[in-house]
Design a protein around this ligand. Structure first.
Ligand SMILES: [Zn+2]
Ligand SMILES: [Zn+2]
Length: 415
């Protein structure tokens, strides 16, 4: 375990051992500024002598890993950040609420069209990707400005090829790149009809209905794609029966196989445009990981991409800081669509949502509060913890207030 140290003016210095930090705190030469990760700030004007530290980042569409090593390949910081995954869903909900409201308030409104400035703006990224970028950038900034004097930034990049991911044979036949799935067909519908041999895939032509239609196996409004493997040919009779619920098709999960790959490609280009860093290709990281026999976790991947090749890496810290990004506040005003009963946004019995608390010596987070005076607590994964009896404000200690992420410490068992 290590304690992170800041200079009197707040700039990060080299970390120290807990025993030294304890002595400094006892002699009132330093004060604690953060509990997780434990950080102290010196009271006196020390020298700013630091080593060269390298920060390695393993970017992911959901989880990203961060690791800092010194010149002797000793790892001094490990963390994992989970970015928000609910942006798309929340924006869809907001859109549907707005649409309902604008239909309900029926005064005359002038037609508006082509008024979406975002679609023509330069350098504009969708909110879901922007949130992912922000969560990674926030952790990089936090490490560099608050915890450790970083000298060099290495990010693992790998360009994903959606075409190759759909058809692995292209790796051996690169000349086939121009001839994708729909080569020679007018459009996807034409391809799907031809693939299904112009017959209904349910009744195989037994219902004598010659009107053929294309159906989305996983509906568009449930996130199904327009790609051919989500489409199926049905005759008009079967199609109507299917939508009225007389039978159902087995749903293949074709939802987000390629969207994560695309998110990663976009994220990398965002980083290249905005900050300067050293790039390492993903295949190099994999080779290093296999050579040293390091397990495949995001933060260990981050060690591999920042590593010096000739020295075996060593862990000086045995903690992984797990961070999960959450919203900055609760913006839902009332309970239910037309209710006038306001939801309290501030504290209830001294607790806010996502506050870090201590209950029965377990560090956990406030998931929900009830007006009856009870609380629901959860762990870093958002899973409810079943305490008996139910936690009350009087038996729970508030450690820190809500921030835009929740942090937990994971201790690595040495093996
Ligand atoms: Zn049919
Ligand atoms: Zn349909």
């Amino acid at each position: 375990m290590l304690v992170y140290v800041q200079h009197k003016d707040g700039t990060p210095l080299m970390p120290c051992k807990p025993s030294k930090a304890r002595k400094l705190l006892r002699d009132k030469k330093a004060k604690c500024v953060c509990r997780t990760p434990f950080t102290i700030r010196l009271n006196w004007d020390s020298t700013k002598h630091v080593q060269k530290l390298v920060l390695g980042v393993d970017m992911g569409s959901r989880n990203s890993g961060f690791a800092v090593r010194n010149e002797n390949n000793q790892v001094v910081y490990l963390s994992e950040v989970e970015s928000k995954q609910d942006i798309v869903g929340k924006m869809d909900t907001r859109r549907s609420f707005r649409r309902v409201r604008r239909n309900r308030k029926t005064r005359y409104r002038k037609c508006r069209f082509l008024n979406r400035k975002n679609s023509t703006k330069d350098n504009r990224y969708p909110p879901s990707i922007r949130s992912k970028y922000d969560s990674i950038w926030k952790e990089i900034k936090y490490i560099c400005c608050k915890i450790l004097p970083i000298d060099d930034l290495v990010i693992e990049t790998a360009t994903f090829d959606p075409h190759l991911m759909q058809n692995y044979k292209l790796a051996f036949q690169p000349w086939m790149y121009q001839k994708g799935l729909k080569f020679g067909y007018r459009n996807t519908a034409h391809y799907v009809l031809k693939r299904d041999n112009y017959t209904c895939q349910k009744c195989r032509g037994k219902k004598k209905d010659s009107r053929l239609q294309i159906h989305h196996v996983l509906y568009r409004n449930q996130g199904g794609s327009d790609r051919a493997n989500n489409l199926i040919t049905l005759c008009s009779t079967c199609h109507r029966e299917l939508h009225s619920g007389l039978f159902s098709l087995t749903k293949r999960n074709t939802k987000s196989l390629l969207s994560h790959a695309t998110h990663m490609n976009v994220l990398q280009s965002m980083f290249r445009k905005r900050i300067q860093f050293r790039e390492i290709v993903g295949s190099f990281t994999k080779t290093v990981r296999q050579y040293f026999g390091i397990p495949k976790e995001h933060c260990f991947d981050a060690i591999c991409c920042s590593i010096k090749k000739d020295i075996v890496p060593e862990l000086l810290t045995n903690r992984i800081f797990q961070k999960k990004c959450i919203g900055r506040g609760n913006y839902k005003l009332t309970n239910g669509i037309r209710s006038e009963k306001f939801i309290p946004k501030g504290k209830i019995n001294g607790f806010k949502r996502w506050d870090t608390v201590l209950h029965k010596n377990i560090r956990c987070f406030v998931k929900g509060r009830m007006s009856t005076g009870y609380m629901v607590l959860c762990n870093i994964l958002g899973q409810k913890l079943n305490f008996r009896p139910m936690p009350k404000p009087s038996t729970t200690k508030r450690l820190s207030s809500r921030k835009s992420w929740i942090i937990a410490e994971l201790v690595i068992q040495s093996s």
